[in-house]
Design a binder for this molecule. Structure first.
Ligand code: ADP
Ligand code: ZN
Ligand code: ZN
Length: 753
């Protein structure tokens, strides 16, 4: 006699608790951990996941209600993914349900999400060679349609209607005469359908690549879940190493996940993977997961991975949770990228999740970058990760020459000139370099990480600067729209033409934006073909593709853009790259500002000279001797790391200490700061004696006011974050804030500003 079976269920409400239900007899043996179920909850019926099956209830058995319905036959969550979700919820201090929301795409979770059905039309074979009875009295039209179907034997209704140019009624008539059969079939939406793929083959590896691959293969053979940091300069052939490592996985019958930052997930990138695995003995589907898929496409891609027909997944952040079976390898390209961090709860970092998933599933993890994050590099130095180096560009191109242009000198030289020319975005050396490229019919990319025209509308009479009434930041002027706009909350007002405070017309535009750069370019180089790429210029989904393809075929001479143009783009004819204003990232009130600037210069430089001609980079800056700029100029990562590490170590900042940031928000400033103070006192008591702990604050966040809310923060630093977040998680689940006030926890924050 076996006793009752009890299921623990995490319901779709973020209440941080699992509930017990009885498994009805009919579902015993069928119901598995990870299954989607419908259960009674209070007076409602809601959906949830089975997180465990046991024989013992914590609750009195007679008070348990039975599970009402099994929603999907097969479990949506594997045991491994469930374990990963539990880790996610503890480490990032959120409820299990919130973690599960990130793990499964909405399109899969939603009950009504289903495969699309389509109608198929098939000819019925004539009985015993006789003419079917209905065949003789067909109209010419019906005969014609029947002939088309016979030719194909079976075809989708939609295609038939198009080919025959007839209505569905004609086909239904044929069905009545039992000449054809119409049936429903599950059809998968394939976002890659219609692409034609030219297969590629593995390249012979140069010695550095071969050595790297050898190490990765060893790890895959032993199934130890080890992490490798592939530190290779831009263009050193990291992607080729990924491709061949994936091939190793496929040969073992395993699958692979490739994470790339959302903005590098271009058709060009995906094609490189599809092309390699579209044919040959290891051919398999390559599924793509990113935010531009329709929810139907996402649903189908997810199931294509789940049922093993696509063994390779390429995607942005959330693809780290893809339900790949027998996972052998996880690649995280551009591992230093900040977009791997999710900004909403759970505020996870996909690279760190990848490392944890690799550990849980014994899959090898391969992190790649030309500018590794200091966290990963330190792990490599400490021997936690295996360091693999690619020092040479694979295509024998040399790294570009980086020239730093001192904006202070320029400004002095222009003193006394008109306001307009004083704030031209172009220094003389950069202007000349662009001109040279135009003459030689080579291309230029210009980078400035601020869209709009100018973000500082300042009055010369009274010094007033136009700011957002709801946030503590300045408004950005968008000349083409004639509006001032808040880039944080979207607030807009018509551009004034005079000072809002004193009415003076002496207002000046300070603080460059891409729109102003574009305007100056047109004035300086009237004959040149110029395109701008930032989120303002991209109105439609196709704009991105169009602007890039026009640049690729050489129809555009100069491309100006925000960070959108820094990643993964490969244009052999680009021989000049200009960074209009490097100080922009340098002066962010964040301890990673220097690291970010170093990465930015290096990455942007990687766009120059990827063809036969040597590339050149101009970096314009008011602080040309800043170490981040100087080390980047010399392509000296280690040098930068060492000097930056010194200051981080002193302050116990990452990668030495770890951080958790508590952000308090609410309508009343005094109350927000009071709550923050109260929490600090609570935590001091709770964490009394916790090793290596520092609590800083509370204090106003660098962005004190956003969207009409005040923001205060509290920063915790420790060397043992796993333990600290366990304490925090538990404490938070019992903490209640007054209505209208919020507290969010960010473990390992990427931005402290
Ligand atoms: P990364 O990912 O490091 O930026 P890529 O993988 O894009 O570099 O490689 C840069 C270029 O070098 C590509 O055009 C690629 O086809 C080429 N390449 C890579 N490995 C080799 C190799 N072993 N032999 C010849 N060309 C290679
Ligand atoms: Zn004024
Ligand atoms: Zn605002």
């Amino acid at each position: 006699m076996s006793g009752p079976v009890i299921a623990r269920v995490a319901v779709d409400l973020a209440i941080g608790k699992e509930f017990e239900y009885l498994v009805p007899d009919a579902l015993i043996g069928v119901l598995k951990v990870g299954c989607r179920v419908r259960v009674p909850f209070g007076r409602q019926r809601i959906l949830g996941y089975v997180t465990a099956l046991t024989g013992e209830a914590e609750f009195a058995l007679n008070r348990l209600k039975p599970i009402q319905e099994l929603v999907h036959q097969s479990p949506l969550l594997t045991e491994e993914i469930l374990r990963l979700s539990r880790w996610l919820s503890t480490y990032y201090c959120c409820s299990l349900e919130t973690a599960l929301k990130s793990v499964l795409p909405v399109a899969v979770r939603r009950e009504e999400a289903r495969f699309r059905k389509r109608l198929m039309v098939r000819v019925m074979p004539p009985a015993d060679g006789d003419e079917a009875p209905g065949r003789s009295d067909l109209t010419p039209r019906q005969k014609e349609v029947l002939e088309i179907i016979s030719e194909w034997r079976e075809m989708p209704m939609q295609d038939l209607l198009k080919t025959a140019g007839c209505t569905a009624q004609v086909v239904r008539k044929l069905e009545q005469k039992e000449l054809v059969q119409i049936r429903e079939e599950v059809s998968e939406r394939d976002p890659g359908a219609g692409d034609s793929i030219v297969p590629t083959h593995a390249l012979a590896l140069n010695p550095e690549q071969a050595e790297a691959l050898h190490k990765v293969r060893e790890s895959m053979d032993s199934g130890n879940g080890a992490v490798h940091l592939l530190f290779g300069v831009t263009g050193s052939g990291k992607t080729e190493v990924y491709l061949q490592a994936i091939e190793v996985a496929l040969k073992k019958g395993q699958g692979a996940i490739v994470l790339v930052p959302e903005i590098s997930l271009t058709p060009q990138t995906v094609e490189r993977f599809r092309a390699r695995f579209s044919s040959g003995p290891q051919s398999t589907g390559v599924a793509v997961l990113h935010s531009h898929l329709s929810s139907g496409e996402r649903h189908d891609e997810w199931h294509r991975i789940r049922n093993g027909r696509a063994r390779i997944v390429i995607g942005a952040r959330s693809a780290v949770f893809a339900p790949v079976r027998d996972l052998g390898l996880i690649v995280v390209d551009e591992e230093h990228e900040h977009s791997y961090k999710q900004e909403e709860s759970p505020k996870y970092h996909a690279r760190d999740v990848a490392v944890m998933r690799g550990h849980l599933e014994k899959a090898t993890v391969l992190l790649g970058s030309a500018t590794p994050s200091m966290e990963s590099y330190r792990n490599a130095l400490e021997g936690k990760y295996t360091l693999l180096r690619l020092n040479q560009r694979a295509d024998d191109a040399t790294l570009p020459v980086i020239r730093v242009v001192d904006l202070r000198m320029e400004k002095r030289a222009r003193k006394g000139q008109s306001v307009k020319s004083r704030f031209s975005p172009f220094t003389l050396p950069l202007k000349e370099a662009i001109l040279q490229r135009l003459e030689r019919r080579e291309q230029t990319m210009l980078f400035l990480n601020r869209r709009g025209y100018s973000n500082n509308l300042m009055c010369h009479e009274c010094g007033h600067v136009a700011g957002c009434p709801r946030c503590s930041i300045t408004l950005t002027f968008h000349k083409s729209l004639g509006v001032l706009c808040c880039h944080l909350c979207g607030y807009r007002e018509k551009s004034p033409g005079r000072c809002r405070e004193c009415g003076s017309k002496e207002i000046e535009f300070l603080g460059l934006g891409t729109e102003m750069v574009e305007e100056s370019l047109h004035e300086l180089f009237p004959g040149a073909a110029i395109a701008r790429m930032d989120s303002d210029a991209l109105k439609k989904k196709e704009d991105f593709k169009r602007i890039l393809s026009e640049f690729r075929i050489g129809r555009t001479d100069i491309l100006i853009g925000t960070q959108m143009i820094t990643k993964g783009l490969h244009f052999p004819n680009v021989t000049l790259v200009g960074i209009i204003y490097a100080d922009l990232s340098l002066h962010m009130p964040d301890f990673r500002a220097g690291e970010r600037t170093f990465q930015l210069i290096t990455q942007v430089s990687g766009r120059a000279g990827r063809g036969d001609i040597e590339g050149e980079v101009y970096v314009q800056s008011f602080t040309p001797f800043h170490p981040a700029i100087q080390f980047a100029r010399r392509h000296d990562y280690e040098g930068f790391y060492e000097q930056e590490a010194e200051f981080r170590q002193q302050l116990n900042y990452p990668p030495f200490g770890r951080m958790a940031m508590l952000l308090f928000r609410g309508p009343d400033e005094e109350k927000v700061s009071g709550i923050a103070m109260d929490v600090r006192q609570n935590l001091e008591k709770l964490l009394d004696g916790f090793p290596s702990l520092t609590i800083a604050g509370p204090g106003p966040a660098p962005l004190l006011r956003a969207e009409d809310e005040f923001r205060y923060q509290l920063m915790l630093r420790t060397r043992n974050m796993s333990r600290l977040s366990q304490y925090l998680s538990e404490w938070l689940s019992g903490y209640r804030l007054p209505a209208g006030y919020r507290l969010s926890v960010d473990v390992d924050p990427m931005f402290t500003a």
